[in-house]
Design a protein around this ligand. Structure first.
Ligand code: ZN
Length: 560
């Protein structure tokens, strides 16, 4: 691995933590047997509401987790930036975005003067498992703190096998961190890939991918798996922008516009239950070939199922497609747990289930019910701002980018505005004049507001990372979608975006329904406690109430 200066800085931070901790890490006593495998399951865009509403229809893995696990039914992210890269980074580090630094899926890089994806890394190159791939490489170099697995490796040595799989690089990479044996995702062109930041191509993945080409699913039909009466709402609903070759109703054929797999086929495959099923089989292959959980070390298997998010953006949370995806994922995750029972044994692995964010209902469906809902065009925010600043500061270009919630001014403009209070007020008023905008926060004021009593202020502050976040932060009204012109999205501090499942199951976990406040940031510290390592940079807490034998401080450290 090539070590760039940034990578070196992160490694120094990680190793520093390791060496400092070597003397402080909790002693593992004979009666504290760490799990041999930690399984982290992330279901992209799985709202907490889905568990409440649909659990009665589940019989597989979701059912087992809710029934036999510790279910924190009130769990929610405390911050505003409820999107994929941020959520996965929070899950893996136990830290909040104001600490781990992943503030959005992509933001305006002030130094480079362009938008950057959160895991984009010009110092790495893409590595393919077969087909052609375009673009550059990905790595977690922008993560400002180590992940659970980074600390596992630093504190437990080279023993643990660390593997993550997803369709998205921002999920697979951030879930793993720096120290991993294999980190795998899917390119836009339908090829499985990794980057030069990680080992690869890894033989067992190459073998699996060769033996199981995605193209085998060409022409497959996605039909409903439950009885018709088991679906809520209607299949043909307003505001569902079905992709080309699909309609708003079942069945959906996995076929693009030609007689062979084309770009549309790969897109449809990704937003279907077939991609979840593929990831599950890949995870089984990992457990088998890498003997996960069958050695002395504690291994880590992270799978982020992305399809629900892709389907949710198009069809919305009330769709039959979402309900069917969940019913099928219940079976898919059930199959994975059954397999792990066989090869690892149910008493030897701990599994966590959570999500990176929830989702808003489709605004047109709410508007029809007479609710205040709509869409905010980001280009309108930019043009009204330019207009206001041209009036107060003179003719020129002042806005670099409106990246979702974050407004970035051209270099020096915000500093100028801080000295011209009237012009700053005019700029903020211009944004507030856009229909659907609730509030605008000043970036420079947010670091001091992390403990604010005002829920929104606090949520914005917890997601603010100086230098990376915008000069101004735009807060939309509830049910108003920022930068989305069809279907739906997520990314706000509203309940529907913040509330997600947090469930733990396995040895050392006390089953039950927990009403205590919790967040996905608590998972990494809790898992760390179970395996006997420390996460010095975490903001989350150990979910002590769900651990069978609480940690007891002793003169030698802590003991469960
Ligand atoms: Zn999404």
């Amino acid at each position: 691995m090539k070590i760039g200066s940034r990578t070196a800085a992160v490694l120094v931070a990680t190793l520093g933590a390791c060496c400092l901790l070597a003397t402080r890490a909790p002693r593992v006593f004979a009666d504290q047997i760490p799990p041999k495998l930690v399984v982290m399951l992330v279901v992209d865009q799985m709202s907490a509401e889905y568990v409440e509403d649909f659990k009665g229809r589940w019989t597989g893995g979701f059912h087992r987790l809710v029934d036999r696990g510790a279910w924190f039914r009130k769990a929610a992210y405390p911050y505003m930036n409820t999107v994929t890269c941020v959520g996965h980074s929070t899950i893996s580090t136990g830290a909040l975005p104001g600490t781990h630094g992943m503030i959005l899926n992509a933001w305006w890089d002030r130094t480079a003067g362009r938008s950057m994806a959160c895991t984009e890394d010009p110092e790495t190159r893409p590595v393919s498992y077969g087909g052609p791939i375009a673009g550059g490489g990905d790595s977690p170099w922008r993560l400002a703190v180590p992940t659970f697995t980074d600390e596992l490796r630093a504190q437990k040595g080279e023993g643990p096998s660390i593997l993550t799989f997803s369709l998205k690089p921002r999920s697979a990479v951030t879930l793993a961190g720096h120290a991993a044996n294999a980190v795998t995702w899917l390119s836009d062109s339908g090829s499985w890939m990794t980057s030069s930041a990680y080992p690869g191509p890894v033989p067992f993945i190459a073998d699996f991918v060769t033996a199981h080409p995605i193209e085998k699913d060409f022409g497959a039909v996605w039909t409903k798996v439950l009885r018709e009466e088991d679906y809520s709402y209607k299949d043909d609903a307003e505001g569902e922008p079905a992709p080309q070759t699909w309609t708003r109703t079942f069945p959906h054929v996995l076929k693009g516009t030609s007689d062979h797999p084309d770009a549309l086929f790969y897109l449809l495959w990704e937003q279907s239950p077939f991609s979840d099923a593929y990831l599950e089989k890949l995870a089984e292959a990992a457990a088998d070939t890498q003997h996960l959980g069958q050695r002395e070390a504690t291994d880590y298997l992270g799978v982020s199922f992305s399809a629900l998010d892709l389907v949710g953006h198009v069809f919305g949370p009330r769709s039959h497609e979402i309900q069917d995806m969940l019913a099928r994922l219940d079976r898919t995750i059930g199959a994975l747990l059954d397999h792990l029972d066989k090869v690892v044994g149910p008493d030897h692995y701990v599994v966590a289930l959570t999500s990176d964010h929830g989702v808003a209902p489709i605004p047109e469906q709410l508007a029809r019910e007479g609710r205040d809902a709509g869409r905010i065009d980001l280009s309108v925010i930019a043009s009204r701002l330019e207009q206001a600043l041209n009036a107060s500061l003179g003719k020129g270009k002042y806005v670099s980018s409106v990246a979702f919630t974050d407004v970035y001014f051209e270099p020096g403009v915000y500093e100028q505005l801080l000295h011209k209070k009237e012009a700053l007020k005019a700029a903020i008023d211009a944004i507030r004049s856009v229909p659907g905008v609730l509030q605008v926060f000043r970036g420079d004021e947010l670091p001091a507001l992390r403990s604010s009593k005002d829920r929104l202020q606090r949520a914005a502050a917890l997601g603010y990372f100086p230098g990376r976040s915008g000069d101004l932060i735009v807060v939309p009204k509830p049910h108003w979608l920022l930068g989305s012109n069809a279907g739906t999205t997520h990314g706000t501090a509203n309940d529907y975006d913040q509330r997600v499942p947090v469930i733990l199951m396995g040895p050392g976990i006390k089953a039950g329904v927990y009403e205590q406040a919790a967040s996905p940031a608590d998972l990494a510290p809790t898992l760390a406690s179970l395996v006997g390592i420390k996460l010095p940079k975490a903001d989350g807490r150990v979910l002590q109430e769900a651990i069978t034998a609480p940690m007891v401080p002793t003169p030698f450290g802590v003991r469960r």
